[in-house]
Design a protein around this ligand. Structure first.
Ligand code: ZN
Length: 443
């Protein structure tokens, strides 16, 4: 009797340990609020990082800032036997490209690529922004510390590179600083085009834009709430895909939404103290961010950011008016919180970079039948597959079944009409790909 109990306990302990990976907890612990504070301080002290600002000075302007960012990535690389390939990607934007480009400017991004061991051409990306602005978007001389917008996202990206460069991944990871965000998302546009030209398979991008403010303009204070923005379906879909959606579903199941759900689920698993809020829209109302140009190119991409914004501390000339101190200055940034959101990124970069690719084809059947049926294309490196489903009104994949190393399965008793479904690939190490919503039908 005792023997059986012990065996049962042992088995359940083994099962439990198989559900989580200690390395993910180690990654969370390794993110340093002190290094993030030091980096945000350094970035804010470049005076202004406006895209059109000075590029010659060694202490002020966007030129000095990007050279420092590049040197930080290079320092990280030198501590992992050169595991990062660090370089500038740039495009000349001509005066008049829009109202905010008041002179010719070279928009320069900094990329650090950690090559994957098994799928080197597949990339999961974390980005922050180098540039900043004050009230007038064309004012490229006044002090514009941009401590939260977006030194916080940039510092988080530098820190994620330091932490994750201690590991090796099957897929490639890119850490990048983008410029020209405030002038019209030019840096993201440049890298998205570069990725297409290079033939990169982009698994997704986590755009971090403002990850350091915990005090909302409405007085709400929370150091655990944060938002994950994702658009419902890609803007690149065809008319045929749009029409098919009307009959087969998928209005809230585009590739970026699946990436958002992946992050949400992983955070609930590994950082239960946090409160991830999935926001079902591309971005804040009428506002922009650097994931958009990637979405425009057909790549999955989400925006990760604080939940409670303070508009008196964004895009503002530094001043006091009616007793309110305006300006995006250091004292408003909560470094512990920025570290938590950096950890959110790092654990999801790692989980996806350790996972096999998702099946490219997932077909669903079961019309007028008492069972839902699935067929999918197998992927190299998967130990098996997991079918997910949820009530049509639920935002999260609430039910799942691991079905092993097969390429088709029938869920008996589950009526196709009453749920939405998806399939993921699971690696030997337990890490999973994002869920794929069915992209084909069979009888
Ligand atoms: Zn901004």
């Amino acid at each position: 009797m005792k023997k059986f109990l012990l065996l049962a306990l042992l088995t359940s302990a083994l099962t439990l340990t198989a559900q989580t990976d200690q390395r993910i907890y180690d990654i969370i612990d390794a993110v340093s609020p002190e290094r993030i504070e030091s980096d945000i301080t350094k970035l804010a002290n470049f005076g202004t990082r406006h895209t059109l600002s000075d590029t010659v000075s060694t202490t002020r302007g966007i030129g000095a800032a990007r050279r420092w960012i590049k040197s930080e990535f290079e320092k990280t690389s030198s501590e992992c036997n050169g595991c990062l390939n660090v370089f500038y990607q740039k495009d000349l934007i001509k005066k008049g490209a829009n109202d905010r480009i008041v002179k010719d400017v070279e928009v320069v991004n900094v990329l650090a690529i950690q090559k994957g061991t098994k799928y080197p051409n597949r990339y999961i990306i974390m980005s922050g922004d180098i540039d900043s602005r004050v009230s007038d978007p064309t004012n490229f001389t006044d002090d514009s510390p941009g401590a939260n917008d977006n030194a916080s996202g940039m510092a988080g990206t530098l820190e994620a590179a330091r932490v994750l460069s201690k590991y090796q991944f099957e897929n490639s990871v890119i850490y990048m600083g983008l410029s020209g965000e405030e002038q019209g998302l030019f840096g993201g546009g440049g890298v998205a085009q570069f990725a297409k030209d290079q033939g990169w398979e982009v698994i997704g991008i986590f755009n971090n834009d403002m990850i350091g403010n915990i005090t909302g303009v409405d007085g709400t204070i929370s150091n655990v709430d944060f938002r994950i923005f994702s658009e419902p379906v890609p803007p690149t879909e065809t008319e045929a895909q749009r029409k098919a959606r009307r009959f087969y579903g998928g209005e809230v199941d585009g590739v970026s939404r699946q990436l958002a759900r992946y992050v949400h689920k992983n955070v609930k698993q590994y950082m239960p103290e946090m409160n991830p809020m999935m926001i079902y829209r591309l971005d804040r109302f009428g506002r922009g961010g650097h994931h958009r140009p990637f979405n425009d190119a057909g790549f999955p991409g989400i925006r990760i950011m604080e939940a409670h914004e303070n508009y008196t501390q964004q895009h503002q000339d530094i001043r006091v008016e009616d007793g309110i101190a305006y300006g995006d200055v250091l004292e408003h940034v909560n470094f512990e919180y920025a570290a938590k959101l950096t950890a959110v990124n790092a654990i999801n970069l790692a989980s996806i970079a350790w996972a096999p690719p998702a099946p490219t084809t997932v077909k669903i059947g079961g019309i007028v039948e008492p069972a839902a049926k699935f067929q999918w294309s197998k992927v190299d490196g998967a130990k098996g597959y997991k079918i997910y489903w949820r009530d049509t009104t639920s935002p999260t994949w609430d039910y799942s079944r691991y079905v092993g190393d097969v390429s088709e399965f029938i869920l008996e008793g589950i009526v196709i009409d009453n749920f939405f479904f998806g399939v993921s690939a699971v690696g030997e190490n337990g890490f999973e790909s994002p869920v794929v919503f069915p992209n084909g039908i069979f009888r």
